[in-house]
Design a protein around this ligand. Sequence first.
Ligand SMILES: C[S@@+](CC[C@H](N)C(=O)[O-])C[C@H]1O[C@@H](n2cnc3c(N)ncnc32)[C@H](O)[C@@H]1O
Length: 346
Amino acid sequence: MKPNAPPRLSWSGKEQALAGRGAPVAARPEEWVAENGQGRFFHGDNAAALETLAEANAGTVTLAYMDPPFLTNRTFDAIARPDGDAPRSGPLKARPRKLAFDDRWDGRADYLASIGRRLVLVRELLAPHGCVVVHVDPKTSHYVKVLADEIFGDDAFASEIVWRYRRWPSKTPNFQRVHDVLLRYRKDPKAKPRWNTPYEPLAPSTIATWGTTKQRAVFEKDGRRARSSSTDEPTKGVPMGDVWDIGVIAPISRERTGYPSQKPEALLERLVTALTDPGEIVLDPYAGSGTTLAVAARLGRTFVGIDQSDVAFDVAAKRLAAGGIRLAKVGPGVGTREPGRTRRTA
Ligand SMILES: C[S@@+](CC[C@H](N)C(=O)[O-])C[C@H]1O[C@@H](n2cnc3c(N)ncnc32)[C@H](O)[C@@H]1O
């Protein structure tokens, strides 16, 4: 290693894995397009889909949101939701369950090899002003951070967002885990980033002292800040920090699809609004129930979703249809489906 070289992760087979050499060849994903032209869905392995996309779409994506499984070494079931006006409460155990996805791995290196390969491919697809947000948990975030530093470059790291939520407390002799970690990397740190400043409300102590109108800083002749003066303009709040308090989806919420580890729309709304403009492309290679796709479509962005799970595809397609977006299959076998695929691929 060169003197002063930044620290990097090392494991056997890392270079081949990141370059996609030696991985079993995955079937070409089925492609579905939104009939209104607002997006696409690839049903199949995301590495294969990202490789296909890179052939004609390199440099076009403004935001990629990656929400991979969290290395829990277990499988996840989707729980059927009552349709229409049927009651949304009732015993969860009684509802039909179906395997949604498999999060079992041959150790941490196997997991990191998979994430690393996807990061390399996603980077190719990003526009110079674009960025990726990788959603992980505190057990893997530090490994993924070091890996992403290597793939994107240390100076491309933009933020670590802490998503703080409240949930039913567990009886563990430890501090309750109530946050996830979202790591944001820019494609090109020299390019002007896409950025629409989000605001959060003023602190009660600030409102008590200054009220809810904009304050203007007053400077001395020598440039030193002297004081603030009040204006009549109402304030938008303060520019958003990197700790976000957003509730998890309530069990009886209309938003809940029954898909495991579904993320709240409010989280995606914040990311999509801040990091893209209308008309730009939002990519989600781990689309799950289609949260990102539904939010992107609603906010007038173009979506590209990928997921290999049959259950995810069904749930996401249904969710998009509820928002008026119907998916049509591209190529041979229009309207047909392949047998269930839920196991992860390398
Ligand atoms: C944590 S869930 C995503 C949840 C999603 N953000 C939501 O709000 O519903 C992870 C998803 O990644 C998918 N997945 C995992 N590995 C994949 C792979 N190699 N290719 C495609 N999809 C994959 C799983 O099927 C699962 O739906």
